[in-house]
Ligand binder design. Sequence first.
Ligand SMILES: C[S@@+](CC[C@H](N)C(=O)[O-])C[C@H]1O[C@@H](n2cnc3c(N)ncnc32)[C@H](O)[C@@H]1O
Length: 223
Amino acid sequence: MFGRIAPRYDLANRVLSGGIDVYWRFKLVEAVRRARPRNVLDLATGSGDVAFALQRALPAGTQLLGMDFCQPMLDQAEAKQAARPSPRGAIRFQQGDGLNLPLPDQAFDAVTIAFGLRNMADRARCLAEMRRVLRPGGTLFILEFSQPWALVRPFYNLHLRKLSPLVAGWLTGDRAAYEYLGTSIGAFPGREGLSSEIRAAGFPTVSSSAMTMGVVALHAATR
Ligand SMILES: C[S@@+](CC[C@H](N)C(=O)[O-])C[C@H]1O[C@@H](n2cnc3c(N)ncnc32)[C@H](O)[C@@H]1O
């Protein structure tokens, strides 16, 4: 599914969110910057937008690895990097499955995952894998759709279940992928539920903040 939408994934993101997805990723990157990591894994990197934002915000020399199991998404990320090489050094993009990361234990100061955890076939296993590759004291940052405030829910559901598939179907030619988006967001836990799952995966400290009336949440958890 992600392979099919990859060529127009960025455009659909900007249009469907009205551009606010750039702000959500900015808030994630600000949180990562405060943790001062020397190396970061961006899992489910897709077309690389979080990895590129990290590259702009973190000190030159910070090692960045973008990983995804979908090669057409990584091709988009590589094409963007080739078109705009950064003087701060290249991001390494590598194919890999979030349920079985081809990476050594305790290798990263920080792991980020933006709009990726919801798509993992086994969330607990992905959380365990992200914990495994984090150093003790390292931080996991999860940016993901959440459950919005009750007041805005009817409008949000209309946007998500009716308008988005229509508009995104027109933009990407794949309406089904954006029907899945609404279904997967509806089935995803709210902030408290996700915090419990993260704690159960072996992260003793978890904090979370809501953005845009609870539509999106940022969780940070220390191993
Ligand atoms: C909605 S996109 C998010 C991309 C990017 N992080 C962003 O902020 O735009 C979800 C990504 O998760 C990836 N993904 C889903 N399951 C995966 C898995 N098991 N391992 C690695 N990547 C996976 C998909 O290929 C897709 O690129």
